[in-house]
Design a protein. Sequence first.
Length: 262
Amino acid sequence: MSDAPDVEETRVGEMRLFFTALQYFTRLPMPAWIGHGQAQLEGVARYFPAVGWIVGGVAASVLWLASLLLPAPLPVILSTAAAMWMTGAFHEDGLADTIDGLGGSANRERALEIMKDSRIGTFGALALVVTVLIKLAALNAMPVMSACAALLAAHSVSRWCSVVVVWRSQYAGNLLHSRAKPAVRAMTSTQFSLATIFGLLPAVLCGIPAVAGLAVAVVTLAWLLRWFTSRLGGYTGDTLGATQQFTEISFYLALLVAWKFY
């Protein structure tokens, strides 16, 4: 009986971490008891992929409902817009900043400085346009239900890829002045295992072709890890957003090819 309060406290603590992750990475309103503060980000990385369940689920729902009323490609456009609104284009912003920084200077310190600039440059703007167009074209090329499954899987898998970056690399920015300091601290094996379950489980919705999607996403992840390490010495919050975006579109493209031959 004495262990019961500890179990209940653990459950409440895990629920708080999950809702904190949702609060940090989406615009969704959270219960007041969740609270708000940097210290609460400690350990939320394990729930990054679970946030993908919510974002992908909403995007898939918008796509399915819109497809009942509107012709293509409007359902895909509305679905993508819904996902961007939910996250506040958080990851897209990271992608733009990353490409601006790495494309704007070969010097590590200067690249990091550019990435901190809130303005979007030519490289970042082009990267945003191209990645959004790829998403729209890839999803529009899929049957509606297949696209819904792909959204659920890709949003979770791509966020798991960001967790792998945290797991396998080191923070390259100034951690003392980073708003995301608690969220990017080293993870335990148990935490990473939980993130992996949340990240990969939705892929079963895509059937056997999901293996190709996962494989290409992991290859893309490995390339990004090498690129970020060689250029920056590790990762930053912006490169985590870029990782999510690049691995998401990699998953879509691989699924398209696999479904063509499966």
